[in-house]
Design a binder for this molecule. Structure first.
Ligand code: GLU
Length: 577
C-alpha cells in the first residue's frame, strides 16, 4: 500500500475530482432520463465500474459486483469484502423475486457471553468494536458469487478489472473518507490500519492519491479462483491471523470458520401498501418486517391527504416507528436460531390493532410502549434496549439492467472502518456488535443474543416496489444503522403517497423515532413542523444537518425512463444510458 503525496498531483486530482463531481451533477440534472440501464452506487468511481459492466451487456448483479469491489477500495469505512451484504433481486425473464443473505456469521467459539467483561457486565461499545471480538465471518464474497452463479452474465473475473486498476494506479481520497479518517482515533490503535490510513502518523487527506497493492493482489486471486480463494488459503489465513492476533485480545477464529461460511437464499418478505407490493429482506434483517409494519400502521390514515413534512404526517410516522421498533426489539433475530413470528407480525388484523394505539391528537407515552402479541410469538422472549451508536458504515446500490432485472443491495462492514482490523488489503467488519451485548435479561432469553454460527440482527432494508401488474416501480435502500428503516420508509411514502420524484423523496427531512426522543433533521425540517410536533407532545431532538447518515440511493421507473437519485448527504452517484 502506497500513498503518493506529491502536492501538485494532489491538488490537480482534487480539482479534477471536484470538477467532475460538479459537472456530473449539473450534466445529470439536464440530461434526459436513462432508458436502457441505470445504477446508483455510493461513490462515483463505483458507479462508473458498474456502468462499464452494464455497457458490456452485464446484468444488474454483474454491475453490483463491480461496484462493490470499487466501494471496498474508495469507501472502506462503509463496505467491502471483509463485511456482509443482503441482495434483493428481481429476475424479469423468470418473473421471480429472490433474496440473498450474505450476513456475517459468528465463529464457532462465540458464546452468548461474547460481550461480557470479566466482571460479568457488558463491555463498553468501543471496547467491543475495535479488535477481533466483533469480527464475524465475512459473507460478501460468498453471496456475490452465489448471486453471480444464478444471475450473472459476464465472466466473474471481468467484474474485478476496474477495482484492480484503481487499486494499482491509485484513487483520490474523497472528502467523506478524509473526514472519517480524521475523526477516528481508533485507526491509530491497529498497526495495519494506522500504516494505511495514517501514513507517517498523519491522517490521509482529501485528494491524496492512495494505492492498495495488497487489495489488488487479493482481488486478482478471487477473480481467478472464485470465492474459494477467499474462504480457503492465503486470504482466509490472513483474516484468521488478523483476528486471532488482534492487538486487543486473542479471539478464537479458525480456518474452519472461514471454510464453513455459506450464503443463504431466504424467502423474500412482501406485503402490500395501498396498491403497491413492497418486497425486501426478511430475517436476519429486521428491515423488511419493520418497514412493512410502519407502512401498514400508517395506511388507515390516508397519508396521501396529509402534507409532506407537516406536523401531522411526521407525528404519525414517528408513532408508527415506535410501535414497530418495540416489536423488533423483542421478536427479531436469526431465524435459524429463534422462531420469528413473521406472518403474525405483518398480518393485517394484528397491525390494524397496533395502529389503533396511534392518536392524531397527541403523542403516546414512549416509556410505556410495549411489543404487541402477534400470532405465533414466543412470549417468553425479553425486550432489550439496543445501544445507539451512529457511525458511518454501510452503503447501498440500486441497479436496473437492460433486460429489466432489478437489484437492491445493501452492504456493510457495520460501523465506520468495522473492527479497524485489516487483512490482505481490506477492512474486517465489526458486525457481531449488532448482537445484543447481554445474553439474557431478567433470566429470560433475548432473540438477538450472540451464539456460535448465528447471524446478528440487521436493519438493512434493500427494497423493490411493484405495482398491481407486478411491474417494478422503484428500487431503494440506505445505510444508517437502525435509522435505515425510517429512511427507506420515508422515501417510499414520498414516492407512493405524494408522487415525488426520487430526488425529492430522498431530500425530505429524515425523521427517526425508536425509544428516545423524536429525531428531526435540522436544516430540512420546517420550523413550524418542529413547533407543531412539540405541541403534540413530542420530545424533539434536532440533529445536525451533517450527522444525518442516510445514503439513500434509488431508482423510480417512469414512462420517460429511470428517475434515479443519490442522497446528497453522502457521496453517491447515478450512471446510466
Ligand atoms: N450493521 C448495521 C446493520 O446491518 C448497519 C450499520 C450502518 O448502516 O451504519 O443493520
Amino acid at each position: 500500500m502506497t500513498v503518493t503525496l506529491s502536492l501538485a498531483r494532489m491538488l490537480r486530482n482534487s480539482l479534477l475530482l471536484a470538477a467532475s463531481l460538479a459537472l456530473g451533477a449539473a450534466a445529470w440534472a439536464d440530461a434526459p432520463l436513462p432508458k436502457k440501464h441505470v445504477i446508483v452506487a455510493s461513490h462515483k468511481l463505483a458507479t462508473d465500474a458498474g456502468l462499464e459492466m452494464l455497457r458490456k451487456g452485464g446484468s444488474a448483479v454483474d454491475a453490483a459486483i463491480a461496484a462493490q469491489m470499487v466501494m471496498g477500495l474508495v469507501e472502506p469505512q462503509s463496505s467491502g469484502i471483509g463485511g456482509g451484504t443482503f441482495l434483493v433481486h428481481w429476475n424479469a425473464k423468470k418473473k421471480k423475486l429472490e433474496t440473498y443473505d450474505g450476513r456475517e456469521t459468528a465463529p464457532k467459539s462465540v458464546t452468548p457471553n461474547l460481550f461480557l467483561g470479566t466482571d460479568g457486565k457488558p463491555l463498553g461499545y468501543i471496547e467491543a468494536v475495535v479488535g477481533g471480538r466483533s469480527v464475524g465471518v465475512p459473507g460478501t464474497i460468498a453471496v456475490l458469487a452465489l448471486a453471480h452463479k444464478e444471475q450473472g452474465r459476464l465472466p466473474w473475473a471481468d467484474l474485478f478489472a476496474p477495482a484492480i486498476a484503481l487499486a494499482e494506479n491509485g484513487f483520490p481520497v474523497s472528502p467523506r473518507l478524509a473526514r472519517a479518517i480524521d475523526r477516528d482515533p481508533a485507526l491509530a490503535w491497529i498497526p495495519e490500519a494506522a500504516a494505511y490510513f495514517r501514513p507517517n502518523d498523519k491522517p490521509l487527506r482529501e485528494g491524496d492519491i492512495v494505492k492498495n497493492a495488497a487489495y489488488a493482489e487479493t482481488l486478482r486471486e478471487i477473480a481467478a479462483n472464485g470465492a474459494e480463494a477467499f474462504y480457503r488459503g492465503r486470504i482466509a489465513e490472513a483474516i484468521v491471523r488478523a483476528v486471532t492476533n488482534s492487538p486487543r485480545g486473542p479471539v478464537a477464529f479458525t480456518p474452519d470458520d472461514m471454510a464453513g461460511y455459506t450464503a443463504k437464499k431466504r424467502a423474500p418478505l412482501c406485503g402490500t401498501y395501498r396498491v403497491y407490493r413492497i418486497c425486501g429482506m426478511g430475517p436476519p434483517s429486521s428491515g423488511g418486517v419493520t418497514a412493512l409494519q410502519i407502512l401498514k400502521m400508517m395506511e388507515r390514515f390516508n397519508v396521501g391527504r396529509l402534507k409532506p413534512a407537516s406536523p401531522q404526517a411526521l407525528h404519525l410516522f414517528a408513532e408508527a416507528q415506535r410501535l414497530a421498533f418495540a416489536d423488533r426489539a423483542v421478536y427479531l433475530g436469526d431465524p435459524d436460531f429463534v422462531p420469528v413470528p413473521l406472518p403474525g407480525m405483518i398480518g393485517p388484523a394484528y397491525l390494524s390493532g397496533r395502529s389503533k394505539l396511534i392518536s392524531m391528537q397527541s403523542v403516546m407515552d414512549r416509556m410505556k410502549i410495549e411489543a404487541g402479541k402477534p400470532k405465533g410469538a414466543d412470549l417468553t422472549l425479553r425486550h432489550l434496549a439496543a445501544p445507539d451508536h451512529a457511525r458511518p458504515g454501510t452503503a447501498h446500490v440500486s441497479v436496473i439492467d437492460a433486460a429489466g432485472n432489478a437489484l437492491a443491495m445493501t452492504t456493510t462492514v457495520e460501523g465506520g472502518f468495522g473492527s479497524h482490523l485489516m487483512a490482505a488489503g481490506f477492512i474486517l467488519n465489526n458486525q457481531l456488535t449488532d448482537f445484543s451485548f447481554e445474553p439474557r435479561k431478567d433470566n429470560r432469553r433475548l432473540a438477538n443474543a450472540p451464539d456460535a454460527g448465528k447471524r446478528p440482527l440487521s436493519s438493512m432494508t434493500p427494497t423493490i416496489v411493484f405495482d398491481r401488474q407486478g411491474k417494478v416501480v422503484a428500487v431503494i435502500g440506505s445505510p444508517g444503522g437502525w435509522r435505515i428503516i425510517p429512511y427507506v420508509t420515508k422515501t417510499l411514502i414520498g414516492l407512493l403517497d405524494w408522487n415525488m420524484d426520487m430526488g425529492a423523496a430522498i431530500d425530505q427531512p429524515n425523521v427517526t423515532a425508536r425509544s428516545g426522543p423524536t429525531e428531526l433533521e435540522s436544516g430540512r425540517t420546517p420550523e413550524a413542523t418542529v413547533a407543531g410536533l412539540k405541541a403534540l407532545g413530542h420530545e424533539v431532538s434536532l440533529t445536525e444537518p451533517t450527522s444525518g447518515v442516510s445514503g439513500l440511493n434509488g431508482i423510480r421507473v417512469t414512462k420517460n425512463g429511470f428517475d434515479a437519485a443519490a442522497d446528497p448527504r453522502r457521496e453517491g452517484a447515478v450512471g446510466g444510458d
